[in-house]
Write a protein that binds this ligand. Sequence first.
Ligand SMILES: [Zn+2]
Length: 250
Amino acid sequence: MAWLRLTKTALYLMKSGDACYVDKVNLTGEKRNQVRIPTKWFTGNDAPGAMVIEDIEPPACSISGGSPSTPTTRPLTGKKVVLDPGHGEDGDKGAISGGRTEAGETLKQARLIQGILQARGASVTIVENTRNLSLDQIGALGAGADCFVSVHLNSFNQTVQGHEVLIDRNGTDADLRFATAISQELDRSLDIPNRGVKRQGLAVLRAVPLPVPAVLVESFFLDATPTNQVDEWIQKSAQAIARGIEQFLT
Ligand SMILES: [Zn+2]
């Protein structure tokens, strides 16, 4: 799936699974507030399916379609991140609200995080949530990574709202530092209660092999979020989680 990147100066059509762009529209003056997306970007099989707003100009893809040219700053080069979008559309969809499923929204969120971190040089694996893996099998896929992040959305009584970051009951100091970095970034990005960092017995985190730092993020309560606000909050929380990951790894 191709994706879009909006910076202060241009809208980029980003290559599927890569951090380089294949086409762009420069933004000038009044166009900043109303960006026209070229219709040709939506023809063919690889139409953009997500957009990241981040003020980092990406490199152009090389003409051969191979590796992108080296950008100036890629602080996460060499870092491996495993993202686990909670639940799966084929089985347990998790929280459901207003026609949105936790599984669908966390997959979007994971792809946004992946796009941001890849642009910063990291290699990012998203655990496919269509394979009906057990929580133990999912956690085990964190082996060899620099960090493991399971992304979920909460649900309770359509009133309670807030973000929280969970570590395993026997979580390490590194888990705690990692969770705190993400929690602080979520607090800066979302104007909802900070429910803090908590320890809980969580099978998926327990299955991540030591010493890989592992956290589970509940960005907000899906059932207490107006439907028309979900996309914005998914975007903001994805950016916050990506910043927290970068801070922790650098
Ligand atoms: Zn969940």
